[in-house]
Design a protein around this ligand. Structure first.
Ligand code: SF4
Length: 194
């Protein structure tokens, strides 16, 4: 079975298990491994199962997960998908079609489903120095260019400070889903702390 659970999770309460690697195949053989030493220790990249096969099992499990959530009867079920660029470029966001399918799966079981996939707006509040405030926000929250423009409008030297921060390498610019986003250069920030 490549898909199992839901199982108890220390971080999440319960999580759906997806194991796309056969038992005891690993790139390590840790002494503390709860599965024992690896039988096949390899670092060669390869696929073990067809993605369609895994997707079919996940679909079956999602039905079971829907039944489980319906039995718990939460006041609200929230489904989320990133509204800002994830830090890892290969992270893929759930598309509208799959969010709609998940919504239908839960709604047809009588659950109140809310989607958290809409842009949250540009109402960023600045306190103190513009550049420091912007860098603090961007450390945890990439901002769309229109949000940055509004944020800087309240400081007559705002655009100049932004350009300086970009030239200094403190802010990175990225394109995501047709929009321009600004993010803190966390590698540089970490380096300057070390
Ligand atoms: S703990 Fe087990 S599964 Fe995890 S890396 Fe070590 S050998 Fe592999």
């Amino acid at each position: 079975m490549k898909v199992f659970g839901p199982v108890p999770s220390r971080r999440l309460g319960r999580s759906l298990g997806i194991n796309n690697i056969p038992p005891k195949v690993c790139s390590y053989a840790c002494r503390y491994c709860q599965l024992g030493s690896a039988l096949t220790m390899t670092t060669t990249r390869r696929g073990f199962f067809a993605p369609d096969e895994i997707a079919a099992e996940v679909a079956i499990k999602l039905e079971a997960l829907g039944d489980f959530l319906a039995s718990v009867r939460p006041a609200v079920c929230r489904l989320s998908s990133p509204t800002r660029p994830p830090a890892c470029a290969d992270v893929r966001c759930c598309d509208e079609e799959h969010l709609a399918a998940a919504t239908a799966l839960l709604s047809e079981r009588g659950l109140d489903v809310r989607l958290l996939n809409a842009y949250e707006g540009n109402d960023f509040v600045r306190t103190g120095d513009t550049r420091e405030a912007l860098l603090s926000i961007l450390s945890v929250h990439p901002m769309r260019d229109d949000a940055v423009r509004l944020f800087l409008d309240r400081d007559e030297r705002g655009q100049e400070k932004l350009r300086q921060a970009i030239d200094d390498g403190d802010i990175l610019i990225t394109r995501w889903r047709g929009a321009t986003f600004y993010a803190r250069n966390l590698r540089k920030a970490a380096g300057s702390r070390g």
